[in-house]
Write a protein that binds this ligand. Structure first.
Ligand code: PMP
Ligand code: GLN
Length: 380
């Protein structure tokens, strides 16, 4: 195999989900809900298949979904996009990130990514021939240190790859941090790829604010989101890019030779989902917040140091108060010992020692299952 595969191996999510199946463990590893999204959304996809939406979609996505994405950006953020030229439908956010990196990164270019970083970023940067430059969000607060961001910029820097709400830490970047990202991008004329798949999973009354809303960002931002988390359909793999016409054309050029188009019958269903009333989004947030609180409270009672997330599906804990030091060893032992699966942070770091004592737990599960996991963890 080619050198670009070096160090990629099998994703931690595949490894840990297989382990969960093999051991009958409660899977709080890979982030996917254990209840499928709203019935009406599922029925819309079935109806689309029955009505014959089963052949290739247009390259940029079916028009109703591009319109729905544009409407969603206006409704929640006041952002205006032309659905014909400024919206692209992709095969999940994963493809959008990969296509954006392929569109903008020349071999040898540096891409600054927030560490710990979602694992597909490392692969996407490597495939594009780029060099990953991490800027670390440090436990327990995981704030973005703007001095460190500024210091990471070199003449080879091409892209800032930002993710907020942030997987795996659950951090939601503050207005000051986002403004700082903007200032660096504008000063050094950088492209910003911003992965906002957890945009609707923000708690405690906070609100997600897209980077594209900041002055000076409209023409340099590749905004990415997807349906998986917001509508609890992670297997549908429908994502989208919004940006200037030039940005969307560049990403489309790469995307058309990766997958050409994306799952046709899911697209009208996601279009209807994006138009659901505010009560859907409010209930989603409230439900997940109460699950976060249930799991965070239980893990605290068990003795973990819990780093309470402001967003996403994930809670991070430090395992050292329980006498463990290495998250990978801990997560490999956990299914056998307690019948629970979690994800070690370490695999998301270049500075592996910083991630060593940290373990991520997904709370996008029914409360009874979270309770069952907590009961099992008493065996630790
Ligand atoms: N970005 C982040 C930060 C994620 O956590 C995930 C996976 N949950 C993705 C992208 C992938 O999204 P999709 O399934 O839409 O490809
Ligand atoms: N994004 C999900 C997570 O972070 C997993 C997606 C995947 O398996 N690649 O858990």
């Amino acid at each position: 195999p080619a050198e670009r595969l070096n160090g990629l191996g099998t994703t931690i999510f595949a490894e840990m989900s297989a382990l969960a199946l093999a051991t009958g463990s409660v899977n709080l590893g890979q982030g996917f809900p254990d209840r499928d999204g709203p019935d009406s959304v599922l029925e819309d996809a079935i109806a689309a298949i029955r009505s014959g939406a089963n052949q290739y979609a247009p390259a940029r996505g079916v028009p109703v979904l591009r319109q729905a994405v544009a409407d969603h950006q206006r409704r929640f953020y006041g952002l205006s996009y032309d659905p014909d030229t400024q919206v692209l439908i992709t095969t999940g956010a994963t493809e959008a990130v990969a296509a954006a990196l392929l569109a903008y990164v020349e071999p040898g270019d540096e891409v600054i990514a927030l560490e710990p970083y979602y694992d597909s970023y490392a692969a996407g940067i490597a495939f594009a021939g780029g060099r990953r430059v991490p800027v670390t969000l440090r436990a327990p607060s995981y704030r973005l240190e703007l001095d460190e961001l500024r210091a990471a910029v070199t003449p080879r820097t091409k892209v800032l790859l930002i993710n907020s709400p942030h997987n795996p830490t659950g951090t939601v970047l503050t207005d000051d941090e986002l403004r700082g990202v903007r200032d660096v991008a504008v000063e050094h004329d950088l492209i910003v790829i911003t992965d906002e798949v957890y945009e609707h999973l923000v708690y405690d009354g906070l609100r997600h604010r897209p980077l594209a809303t900041y002055e000076g960002m409209a023409d340099r931002t590749v905004s990415i989101s997807s349906a998986g988390k917001t509508f609890a359909v992670t297997g549908w793999k429908i994502g989208w890019v919004t940006g200037s016409a030039a940005v969307v054309t560049a990403v489309t050029t790469a995307k058309q030779f990766l997958t050409f188009t994306s799952g046709t019958p899911f697209q009208p269903a996601v279009a209807n989902a994006l138009a659901l009333g505010n009560d859907y989004f409010d209930t989603l947030r409230a439900d997940l917040q109460s699950r976060r609180d249930l799991l965070a409270g239980g893990l605290t009672d068990l003795g973990f140091e819990v780093h309470r997330p402001a967003g996403t599906y994930f809670i991070t804990t430090d395992i050292r108060p329980l006498g463990h030091t290495d998250g990978i060893d801990f997560c490999r032992m956990l299914p056998e010992r307690a019948g629970v699966v979690a994800i070690p942070h370490q695999v998301f770091y270049d500075h592996t020692t910083l991630g060593r004592p940290l373990v991520r737990w997904a709370f996008c599960k029914q409360p009874a299952l979270l309770q069952e996991a907590l009961t099992r963890l008493q065996k630790l």
